[in-house]
Write a protein that binds this ligand. Structure first.
Ligand SMILES: Cc1cc2nc3c(=O)[nH]c(=O)nc-3n(C[C@H](O)[C@H](O)[C@H](O)COP(=O)(O)OP(=O)(O)OC[C@H]3O[C@@H](n4cnc5c(N)ncnc54)[C@H](O)[C@@H]3O)c2cc1C
Length: 441
């Protein structure tokens, strides 16, 4: 490429970054997309990898493959750890090199969010979150191992603790995970063990909020809660967790013994605000202008979960549609500016609605004044999620797997894949949950 062609650096190949890159397909620019993973991840289906329905390869696609035919775009595997606004470059740690400068004329930061334990980072060790494919496989290992450990345990008094699954956070991810574990237990595992009854598993969903699925209407929230309870999930609301440790959780002064606690509560934005030394909202997301640029830097844009923009007096939610629409907008704006065309109207989010699945064949859907729950909402959910998978081969493969799982209960991947081997065994301890409860009183 001749040197005079402007260079657009996009950091992040998620929904926002990919939307921006595609919007620049025919622009007279050199695009460099940097991501610390080599794949675009369809996060809304992560819970299905964590509960063995889908394999990691069914919800992740190599970014290089998605953009392979886009001649003006180079993909780099690397982790950005800073931005020099004066020198106009980002600093990238590659596989074998640190702090490599990558220069830009325009910069789009689309680096998403990470887990937030609300100041209790010590919880992370005991309650992993769900954000990446590695997280999903680790949680899948944890869930499947709990059943294996219980089956191998001769002392039935310990089965209860091993088969208690606690989800902290009753937003869409917590609700989807809790109901998916309930379906896994009932439809797939129930006849495959001899010493334990998988259906006796306790699945507990906790949240300090007064209702599940906060972003949805009260009616849909109630419908989701009823469905969860029908699936056997214990929903406990109105109290935050006080403690999470190797023995489980403490909530409202009560200890719940559990070997499998999953964090589905908070998220925190990437450090983009620190890299830019820019104004952020209370959560740390970069405050952007109505055209998604950073104040005083019309050449830098922040999009998606790591950006903060109000519309109609309310902050835009951290959902895939916002990220996609913002990414496309920033890409188009840069294309127009380079071609000398007029600036587009300020960004406006077009809300197509929210959905969440609650077990097999049941979802809630809210779009404008339309509110739906049950099987029709689930069909709509399935169609929309298939449509937004990154590649057509994935759409076919996920569709076939869903039909198979729906009809037979069979799952795409029930493998425990522990790359680091099995931890050395601990000496057996004779302790029932009742005895331990008595001790903790
Ligand atoms: C479990 C789960 C379920 C969800 N369900 C839904 C749903 O049902 N519907 C919905 O609309 N939304 C859902 N979301 C939210 C949705 O996925 C996000 O809003 C969306 O992914 C945001 O897009 P983004 O481009 O801002 O960030 P992301 O899609 O997270 O992409 C960020 C990218 O940046 C890369 N990156 C981060 N830091 C760096 C760095 N320093 N250097 C290089 N690369 C970096 C990451 O590897 C990643 O590829 C869900 C999220 C999760 C975690």
């Amino acid at each position: 490429m001749p040197e005079s062609i402007p260079q657009v650096v996009i950091v992040g190949g998620g929904f926002g970054g990919l939307g921006a890159a595609k919007a620049l397909k025919n622009a007279p620019v050199n695009v460099v997309l940097v991501d610390r993973t080599n794949h675009h991840l369809f996060q809304p289906l992560l819970y299905q990898v964590a509960t063995s329905v889908l394999t990691p390869g069914q919800i992740g696609s190599p970014i290089r493959g998605i953009l392979g035919k886009q001649r003006n775009t180079t993909v780099i595997l690397g982790e950005v750890n800073g931005v020099d606004k004066d020198k106009k470059c980002v600093w990238v740690n590659g596989i074998d090199r640190q702090c490599v400068p990558v220069p830009y004329d325009f910069l789009i930061l689309a680096t998403g969010v990470t887990h937030s334990y609300f100041g209790h980072n010590e919880f992370e060790k005991f309650a992993p979150g769900l954000k990446s494919l590695a997280d999903a496989v680790a949680i899948r290992n944890k869930i499947l191992q709990a059943f294996e450990q219980a089956e191998a345990e001769e002392n039935p008094a310990r089965h209860r603790d091993l088969l208690t699954f606690v989800l902290v956070g009753a937003g869409p991810t917590g609700v989807e995970m809790a109901s998916a574990i309930a379906v896994l237990v009932r439809n797939t595992l129930k006849s495959q063990f001899r010493r334990i009854n998988p259906e006796s598993a306790r699945i507990i969903l906790l949240d300090m909020a007064p209702r599940v699925l906060g972003p949805f209407s009260e009616d849909l929230s109630r419908a989701a809660k009823e469905r969860l309870e029908k699936l056997g999930v214990e929903v406990r609301l109105g109290h935050g967790v006080d403690q999470i440790d190797a023995d489980g959780v403490v909530v409202a002064g009560e200890r719940i013994f559990s070997k499998t606690v999953i964090w589905t509560a908070g998220v925190a934005p990437s450090p983009a605000g620190k890299w830019l030394n820019a104004a952020t909202d209370r959560a740390g997301r970069v405050r952007v202008q109505p055209d998604l640029s950073v104040l005083g830097h019309p050449e830098i844009f922040v999009v998606g979960d790591t950006a903060s923009l109000d519309q109609n007096g309310k902050p835009l939610p951290g959902v895939a549609q916002v990220a996609m629409q913002q990414g496309r907008y920033a890409g188009r704006l840069i294309g127009r500016r380079i071609r000398g065309q007029s600036a587009p109207a300020p960004f406006r989010y077009f809300d197509k609605g929210n959905m969440a699945v609650v077990g097999k064949g049941f979802a809630v859907l809210q779009s404008g004044k339309v509110q739906l729950s049950g099987f029709p909402a689930w069909l709509a959910w399935a169609a929309v999620h298939l449509e937004f998978l990154a590649q057509s081969s994935l759409r076919v493969s996920v569709f076939v797997q869903w039909v198979l799982t729906y009809l037979t209960g069979q799952r795409g991947s029930r493998l425990i894949v522990n790359h680091h081997g099995v931890e050395p065994p601990k000496p057996a301890v004779e302790q029932s949950s009742e005895a331990a409860t008595a001790l903790s009183k």
